[in-house]
Design a protein around this ligand. Structure first.
Ligand code: ZN
Ligand code: ZN
Length: 255
């Protein structure tokens, strides 16, 4: 390379980079305000994003005082949920809430994907490459309406991050149920009681499973936990133990 060429090309790159920012200013993935460095999340949004606390009841995922983690919490001592372990990556709050709503309602997945990538160290602690990820199934009409299977997409991102396997056929939704957000607690439970089943060929779907592989139900938001409860119960009835991981969870404290 000619003397000075490298310096010149570096200067040119800087100039082009500056022009790119002028023409297409980078916006924060969460609030769309300009971000002046190469980041995709502005400082204000970064401050508002809350990682879900790690001191939780291992079984149900409620937040516990540090000294009491990993539980079991008082509720699990009386009535343990059907899943073995429950985790969430973020609190369902502020920019995380906005990101999930934008993804689910407007099909803008950038911020949700970024949240998954940002959680990579935590994900690698939890999910091993032999593990199998099962997307929480949605009623067919809802998938047809949005044109997307959000939890299947979430599983794909998690699989990419961790090397885990995906199995979207194993856990199935039966019939149509109204949106959970429109129902009260007891109506939610009644609504979901018979909403999940395993595929008739679930044994052959799991034939290649490594002996120590964990099964994970993957969902986007954990609010009351009714959906994962009944999905995990359907699995447990056939002798399959599962863990639960959600992208976000409304913070719940237990003792
Ligand atoms: Zn922002
Ligand atoms: Zn618990």
């Amino acid at each position: 390379m000619l003397v000075g060429m490298s310096e010149l090309s570096t200067k040119l790159m800087h100039t082009l980079d500056g022009a790119r920012h002028l023409l297409f200013p980078a916006g924060c993935l969460f609030c769309q305000l300009p971000v002046h460095d190469d980041g995709v999340c502005c400082a204000d949004c970064m401050q508002e994003i809350r990682v879900y606390p790690h001191a939780t009841c291992l079984r149900c995922g409620v937040v516990l005082p540090e000294s009491m983690a990993p539980g079991p919490c008082g509720r699990c001592l009386k009535y343990a949920p059907p899943q073995q372990q429950t985790y969430a990556l973020y609190e369902y709050h502020g920019p995380v809430r906005e990101a999930i709503l934008n993804w689910k309602l407007a099909g803008k997945e950038g911020a949700a994907r970024w949240l998954v990538e940002a959680a990579l160290p935590r994900l690698k602690e939890l999910i091993l490459p032999d593990d199998i990820l099962l997307p929480m199934p949605s009623p067919l009409s809802r998938m047809q309406k949005s044109g997307q299977h959000h939890t299947a997409n979430l599983c794909a991102w998690l699989a990419m991050a961790t090397g885990a396997q995906r199995q979207w056929r194993l856990l199935r939704r039966i019939g149509e149920q109204p949106r959970q957000s429109s129902l009260t607690g007891s109506a939610r439970r009644k609504n979901l009681c018979k909403a999940f089943a395993l595929s008739a060929d679930y044994r052959s779907l799991l034939q290649q499973r490594a002996p120590d592989a964990s099964l994970w139900i993957i969902d986007d938001i954990f609010t009351t936990g009714s959906s994962v409860h009944y999905a995990a119960r359907a699995m447990k009835r056939t002798g399959l133990l599962v863990n639960v991981l959600t992208l976000a969870r409304t913070e719940q404290r237990g003792l």
